[in-house]
Ligand binder design. Structure first.
Ligand code: HEC
Length: 162
C-alpha cells in the first residue's frame, strides 16, 4: 500500500513536470538537449509539409475526399503538440534555429496561430470523413493559409529550401 502511495505521488510529480515548459531540459526523468528539440520540430514540420502535398495528390487521383481524413488528423495532432516543442532555451540565441525570438516575447499570439492551425486541420479531417470533396479542397487551402499566417510572424526568412 505504501509503495502504491509513493508510486502515485511520483507519477503525479512526473505529470506536473511534463506540464511545465522547462521540463524537457531540466527534469531528471526526461532530458532532451535544445538541439534535439529543434531537430524534432524541424523534422515534424518537414513531414507535415510532405503530408499536406501527398493528401491533396491522393484526393485528386482517387477523387475521394476521404484521402484527406487520416493525414489531416495527423496534422491536427502535431498542431496540438507544436507549442510544447518551443520551450524556453530553444530560441535563436541558444541554438541553430529558424524560430524567431517573437515566439517567446509574444507567446499568446504564437499559441493562437497553433490553435488556428489545429482547428483548420481538424475541420479538414471532418470534411474528408464526410466525403465532401469541394469543402475539403477549400479547407485544404485554409490549412495552408494557417501555416503561412504563423510563418509570416514567427519563422525567420533565411529558412532552408523546402
Ligand atoms: C504556430 C506556428 C507555425 C505553424 C502553424 C506552422 N509552422 Fe512551419 N515553422 C514554424 C517555425 C517557428 C519554424 C522554424 C522552426 C525551427 O527552425 O526551429 C517552422 C519551420 C517549418 C519548415 C522548415 C523545417 C526545416 O527543415 O527546418 C517547414 C517545411 C514548415 N515549417 C512547414 C509548415 C507547414 C506545411 C505548416 C502547415 C501545414 C506549418 N509549417 C505550420 C512555425 C509554424
Amino acid at each position: 500500500m505504501k509503495r502504491l502511495v509513493v508510486g502515485t505521488a511520483f507519477l503525479a510529480f512526473l505529470g506536473l513536470s511534463a506540464c511545465t515548459r522547462e521540463a524537457p531540459q531540466s527534469s531528471g526523468a526526461v532530458a532532451m538537449t535544445p538541439g534535439q528539440i529543434v531537430a524534432g520540430r524541424q523534422a515534424a514540420f518537414r513531414l507535415s509539409a510532405g503530408n499536406l502535398q501527398l493528401m491533396k495528390a491522393a484526393a485528386d487521383e482517387s477523387g475521394d475526399a476521404k484521402a484527406f481524413a487520416g493525414p489531416a488528423r495527423g496534422l491536427a495532432k502535431w498542431a496540438a503538440a507544436l507549442p510544447g516543442m518551443f520551450p524556453e532555451g530553444t530560441g535563436p540565441g541558444a541554438v541553430q534555429t529558424h524560430a524567431r525570438p517573437e515566439i517567446w516575447s509574444d507567446r499568446a499570439t504564437f499559441d493562437q496561430k497553433a490553435a488556428d492551425y489545429e482547428a483548420a486541420a481538424t475541420r479538414l479531417a471532418e470534411l474528408g470523413e464526410a466525403g465532401d470533396m469541394a469543402g475539403a479542397l477549400r479547407q485544404w487551402d485554409a490549412v495552408r493559409a494557417s501555416c503561412g499566417a504563423c510563418h509570416d510572424l514567427f519563422r525567420a526568412e533565411d529558412r532552408p529550401a523546402q
